[in-house]
Design a protein around this ligand. Structure first.
Ligand code: ARG
Length: 466
């Protein structure tokens, strides 16, 4: 059987005029909320089963409705379903198709339910799955970062503050910084999933229903952790969407920072990395160009995700209880956020393995930056000089080295000793980049063996997630 839908609105009884065509197109949401169809049907299947369980429907009625819903689900999945904007939204499209498919009994589906608790349920079912998908994508990018960190555990580059050479670090350590940010992003999503995993179904329009429903029974079927405690709150608040989008905004903020670094590193002025040809694009006018468009676009797309967050906060801010149609405006921006973040994580998972790390350029930059000046000051402190005095001595030595166009380690011992008698031959060891890195040997430090230990810990952590 193929369902043939009518365009008679389920709420037509109260009305004596047909809807203005502008109103139809202004109010419709099916063009975008059809994305929720799978979850809408899942919710309806659980709802009718529950109604049969509490004897509001007979088992036979439940079976007919369920078969009809499954058939509609198949039509939708195979692309044969005809969506009609005159039927407003995903819920009424499916309900109308159900009545066409199974006849009068289909009209019983909506017993004890409202589109208000239905849409809130659909969104939560959908977001629960999306969070799982995003977490999986984050783990893929994190694993790539750990792979690079391992390969480059000993690669030295200048660590920057204020975009100026500060102290030498390892590239592995730098990659682990990104790993940590994504780890918290993953935790934030899982945390938000706890508040998504609450079932509004049964709240009906706003006050609950007069039918003897068993909400725990439906929640159990749908795999919800818990049921909502207040019907007004459950149909009206979209804080779980806002929380999800803010977690996504923070993911984008991190990816945007990362992107900024990739763009800088790939510029000839840095020359620290290259990205695979297949993951870059060229210029239509300048034949020499190979541009890091992917990181640039990720950086750019961060704006639309932040914009969605601001839009959603504003959408919610002045709504009185309970449900208002304003809430329909949450979906397009939410869907755009999901598509954007998923695409950006896909970009990173694909692009990172093509990254070529140019170790000599990194090393050369580290040698240029007087990055071991702090090590020289620490050396003097260990000889008994107060840190402030040591800072002053080394500052003068750096000034002299810059004037004579030399690295600190290229100054003769006599030149060095002209700044302090405490400087002896063994100071050259601490002026070496590798010595400086190795000295930061504590949890969270950049020493190679700390980086290797952190990689192992991170691997164990990721493995424990499954
Ligand atoms: N399309 C609506 C939304 O997205 C569904 C609920 C509509 N309820 C109503 N009474 N008009 O929020």
């Amino acid at each position: 059987m193929t369902s043939k839908q009518t365009t008679v609105k389920p709420w037509a009884g109260r009305f004596s005029e047909s809807t203005d065509s502008f109103v139809e197109s202004f109010t419709e949401s099916v063009s975008f909320d059809k994305r929720l169809a799978h979850f809408d049907i899942e919710g309806s299947l659980a709802h009718v089963k529950m109604l049969a369980h509490v004897d509001v429907l007979t088992d036979e009625e439940c079976q007919h409705i369920s078969e009809g819903l499954l058939q509609i689900r198949q039509e939708i999945e195979s692309g044969n379903f005809k969506w009609q904007s005159a039927l407003e939204d995903v819920h009424m499209n499916i309900e109308s198709a159900l009545v066409s498919a199974v006849g009068e009994v289909g009209k019983k589906l909506h017993t004890g339910r409202s589109r208000n608790d239905q849409i809130a349920t659909d969104l939560r079912l959908y977001l629960r799955v999306i969070v799982d998908q995003l977490c999986g994508q984050l783990v893929s990018v994190q694993s790539e970062l750990l792979g690079i960190a391992e390969q480059e555990a000993e690669t030295i580059l200048p660590g920057l503050t204020h975009m100026q050479s500060a102290q030498p670090i390892t590239f592995g350590h730098h990659m682990l910084a990104w790993y940590e940010m994504l780890k918290r992003d993953h935790q934030r999503l899982r945390d938000c999933q706890v508040r998504i995993d609450v079932m509004p179904l049964g709240s009906a329009a706003l006050a609950g229903t007069s039918f003897p429903i068993d909400r725990e029974f439906s929640a159990n079927l749908l795999g919800f952790d818990t049921v909502s405690s207040n019907s007004l709150d459950a149909v009206s608040d979209r804080d779980f969407v806002i929380e999800f989008v803010s977690a996504c905004s923070i993911i984008m903020m991190h990816l945007s920072r990362f992107s900024e670094e990739l763009v800088l590193w790939m510029s000839p002025q840095f020359g620290f990395i290259d990205l695979g040809d297949a993951w870059c694009t060229g210029s239509s006018i300048m034949p020499q160009k190979k541009n890091p468009d992917l990181p640039e676009l990720v950086r750019g797309k961060t704006g639309r995700v932040y914009g969605a967050l601001m839009g959603l906060l504003t959408l919610m801010k002045a709504q009185p209880l309970a449900y208002n149609r304003d809430n329909q405006e949450d979906k397009e921006s939410l869907f755009d956020v999901i598509d954007t973040v998923q695409a950006c994580l896909q970009a990173y998972a694909g692009m990172l393995p093509t990254m070529v790390v140019k170790r000599p350029a990194m090393l050369e930059a580290a040698e240029r930056g007087y990055g071991t000046a702090t090590d020289m000051a620490d050396y003097l402190v260990k000889k008994g000089l107060p840190f402030r005095d040591a800072h002053e001595v080394v500052g003068k030595a750096v000034h002299f080295a810059i004037e004579s166009n030399k690295r600190l380690a290229e100054l003769s011992i006599d030149e060095l000793r002209s700044f302090s008698d405490d400087l002896e031959e063994d100071v050259y060891a601490v002026l070496e980049l590798s010595g400086s890195v190795a000295a930061r040997d504590h949890t969270g430090g950049t020493a190679v063996k700390q980086v290797q230990a952190a990689i192992q810990q991170a691997r164990d952590y990721l493995a424990s997630l499954n």
